[in-house]
Design a protein around this ligand. Structure first.
Ligand code: E4P
Length: 220
């Protein structure tokens, strides 16, 4: 499973990219607003920090506007993935931009049929929002399972399933089990992945016992 970071905070992305485990970044207009940065400046900086796809979202709602914005965003860096909403206009823009070999992330996906449309429109990624479905009492993870099954039923549906709106480490585990290609994680959830009380306890015990031996592990 690839890990993307769901943030427009350049400092956080710089720090987390040092783990060597970050495969890309997703942003959205809310995250850009939260960063307080100029959109194109923040995106350009993030693209420099991460080799993989960096999603930058259009805000036009008509296909022509989305295509124009998408073309401009794609000029920022080679690793831009233009993010378009899952609307008829977004699907049209997706087809045009992917035909021009620009990566496209179709976002705000809440049903399997929407995901099927995104794949037929040639999307590089489709972003089903797990947490927001859970918020309204639906089963977000079931959507990931359904999309995986549908995509695997047909040759040529190569769109990657990007599990979005992830809120907890359990979401990450379940999305991986369901076969999501990518999970986009808020920085806090990414940091939580390594944590386990028994790891901390076990390490403390090993180090305490080691200290009693008076030895050091050779470094050369
Ligand atoms: C990612 O591309 C989405 O914009 C993001 O995961 C949305 O998450 P939220 O539902 O927590 O805002």
């Amino acid at each position: 499973m690839k890990f993307f970071i769901d943030s427009a905070d350049v400092g956080e992305i710089r720090e987390l990219s040092q783990t060597g485990l970050i495969d890309g970044v997703t942003t959205n207009p809310t995250l850009i607003a939260k960063s307080g940065r100029k959109f194109t400046d923040a995106i350009a900086e993030i693209c420099d920090l991460v080799d993989g796809p960096v999603s930058a979202e259009v805000t036009a709602t008509d296909a022509e506007g989305m295509i124009a914005e998408g073309r401009a965003l794609a000029k920022i860096a080679e690793n831009i993935a233009v993010k378009v909403p899952l609307t008829w206009a977004g699907l049209r823009a997706c087809r045009t931009l992917t035909d021009e070999e620009t990566m496209v992330n179709v976002t705000l996906c809440f049903s399997a049929n929407q995901a099927l449309l995104a794949a037929k429109a040639g999307a590089t990624f489709v972003s089903p929002f797990i947490g927001r479905l859970d918020d309204i009492g639906e089963d977000g993870m079931q959507l990931i399972r359904d999309i995986r099954k549908i995509y695997d039923n047909y040759m040529g549906l190569d769109t990657e399933i990007l599990a979005a709106s992830i809120r907890t480490p359990v979401h990450v585990t379940e999305a991986a089990k369901a076969g999501a290609d990518v999970g986009t994680l808020p920085p806090g959830v990414f940091r939580q992945l390594v944590e386990h009380a028994l790891t901390d306890k076990g390490l403390a015990a090993f180090l305490a016992d080691w200290e009693k031996t008076g030895q050091t592990v050779p470094r050369k």
